[in-house]
Write a protein that binds this ligand. Structure first.
Ligand code: SIN
Length: 532
């Protein structure tokens, strides 16, 4: 089956939905999403969205905090552009129906997180992402020009070079092959403009607070299609996820530290002042590394996040979701310090884009976590990502609307997906085993603290798994598990290869073999592209 539209959006988090809403008045939109529409990383965001809002704050301070957290690797022009668009992004979200928490005097209740020198984070209690997703999904569902395809998994980008079997530079994106999980059929979605808003890659690691959908699909597809990818070594580990056998890496928002919580060892000693002048509000890479070091030095399984000194009613009112969830695991956060460990959280690298969200494949945009815009550099400042999602969605939409006014080159005919001689697999265990192997390998060898030896070992293992996947992929009919496995393997390889190349420690990339930051050779993006 072939389905066409003016705009094709893959992904239904904040970036995908804002983009769809920004173009839908001017053309038809197909929005593809892997599971149910609100099953996104956006929905799980607790902390909030950063934007300058108070008299004490300024764009300059927000820019400086972003540059410092990013270990001076962010592109300052991009940082300035995003920060200056912050107030408008907040206004847009409010216009689309998002409700942020207010104080008694009805002014917005701005919170703080690690690395922020001011209170500038809009939030909806401790479920900001859920509120944003709720409002945007409602607006999207109500728009007559947007057709939503849930339980549809993108398989691969369709490019002009692929369909014409010619070498074309730069190649042009014509759409996406998509697996309908209900019918098991792969459909052809064609559009003059395709937007990847597929989110992150947390599932590449054994422990992650990301949802199960975070398998790096957009990055893997774009890389296979020849797009440039950048800075994959900068995987952010959130310092505080709940340590409990049944909690599946439940995030405990950095806003808890923003409101005064203190990290302690098991014996009650507060330790962050040994690591940074901002103590518990140091940037995230520093806090995660400090916790890792404390756990390894003292042989502990976790550290503790202590907010018990705060008033009980304040805790329950400000963090109802965290309070209820921890209580369901037998931890009353008003009385007990919360056992926490770091877990994979956010990828600062991704598909390299310009300031309009354009990749180097013609008519292919990438927005949100899947993209590497230059905002985050070597480490993302907390709550800058939802902001980036809105700002880039709007910029990509603006550029897309200009593009469809122009006369686009003729559109070649696209072949339908051909299953060839593929058959149904009777060995799902191979897929499950390879999933586990990749995730364990990445956790053990490509985690918070790295070394050349471990990275080389990891690369060897991932490449072996990839060979197996390649054989398996062509022999068997594609399933969502198989598609995701192929993607996490590709993303794992890209992370390792980028990490091996960066011979310095900077931000989230910390290696015991190159402890110094090398501004002369490495104050730059780490670009990687497939050779055909
Ligand atoms: C958090 O609430 O700690 C996560 C916020 C973020 O990652 O920006």
């Amino acid at each position: 089956m072939k389905i066409t539209s003016d705009f094709l959006v893959v992904g239904s988090g904040i970036a995908g939905l804002c983009y769809a809403l920004s173009v839908a008045d001017k053309g038809s939109v197909c929005l593809i999403t892997k599971r149910e529409i609100a099953t996104t990383a956006t929905s799980l965001a607790q902390g909030g969205i950063a934007a300058v809002a108070s008299e004490q704050d300024s764009f300059d301070q927000h820019i400086r905090d972003t540059m410092e957290a990013g270990a001076w690797l962010p592109d300052e022009k991009i940082v300035q552009m995003v920060v200056e668009n912050g107030p408008e992004a907040i206004a847009d979200l409010i216009e689309w129906g998002v409700s942020f928490s207010r104080k008694q005097d009805q002014s917005y209740d701005l919170t703080r997180e690690g690395g922020h020198s001011q209170r500038r984070i809009y939030h909806s209690k401790d479920e900001t992402g859920k509120e944003i997703e709720r409002a945007l999904v409602a607006a999207t569902r109500a728009h007559p020009n947007i057709t939503i395809y849930e339980n549809h998994v993108a398989v691969d980008l369709i490019t002009e070079a692929k369909v014409t079997r010619r070498r074309i530079k730069p190649d042009r994106c014509l759409g996406v092959y998509v697996l309908n999980q209900e019918s098991g059929k792969v459909n052809t979605f064609g559009a003059p403009i395709t937007v990847l808003a597929t989110g992150g890659v947390g599932k590449v690691y054994l422990y992650t607070c990301n949802p199960d959908i975070a398998t790096g699909d957009g990055i893997a597809m774009a890389y296979r299609a020849g797009a440039t990818v950048a800075n994959m070594e900068f995987m952010q580990f959130h310092p505080t996820t709940l340590y409990h056998p049944h909690a599946k890496s439940f995030l405990v928002s950095e806003a808890v530290r923003g409101e005064g919580a203190i990290l302690r060892r098991g014996d009650g000693t507060a330790f962050m002042e040994q690591y940074h002048r901002l103590k518990d509000l140091a940037p995230r890479d520093i806090v995660a590394r400090a916790i890792d070091n404390e756990m390894k030095t003292h042989g502990d399984d976790c550290v503790f996040l202590d907010i018990t000194h705060e008033d009980e009613a304040v805790i329950k009112d400000r963090f109802p979701y965290i309070y209820d969830t921890c209580l369901s695991f037998g931890i009353d956060i008003t009385k007990d310090p919360i056992p926490v460990v770091p877990a994979a959280h956010y990828l600062c690298g991704g598909i390299k884009v310009d300031s309009w969200g354009r990749t180097d494949v013609t008519n292919l945009f990438a927005i949100g976590e899947v993209a590497c815009t230059g905002l985050h550099g070597a480490n993302r400042l907390a709550s800058n990502s939802l902001l980036e999602g809105v700002v880039y969605a709007k910029r990509a939409a603006e550029r897309s609307l200009e593009l469809i006014q122009e006369e686009l080159p003729p559109y070649p005919s696209i072949d339908l997906w051909d299953t060839g001689s593929a058959r149904n697999s009777d060995e799902e265990v191979v897929v499950a085993h390879n999933w586990d192997e990749i995730r364990l390998c990445m956790w053990n060898y490509v985690g918070i603290v790295r070394s050349d030896k471990r990275l080389v070992r990891a690369l060897r293992r991932i490449q072996m798994v990839q060979e197996e996947i390649t054989d398996y992929y062509w022999d068997f009919i594609v399933t969502s598990d198989l598609i995701e496995l192929r993607n996490i393997a590709t993303v794992a390889e890209l992370i390792i290869r980028c990490a091996l190349r960066r011979k310095e420690s900077r931000g989230l990339h910390y290696t015991i073999d190159h402890l110094e930051t090398d501004d002369i050779h490495w104050k730059r993006d780490n670009l990687i592209r497939k050779t055909f």
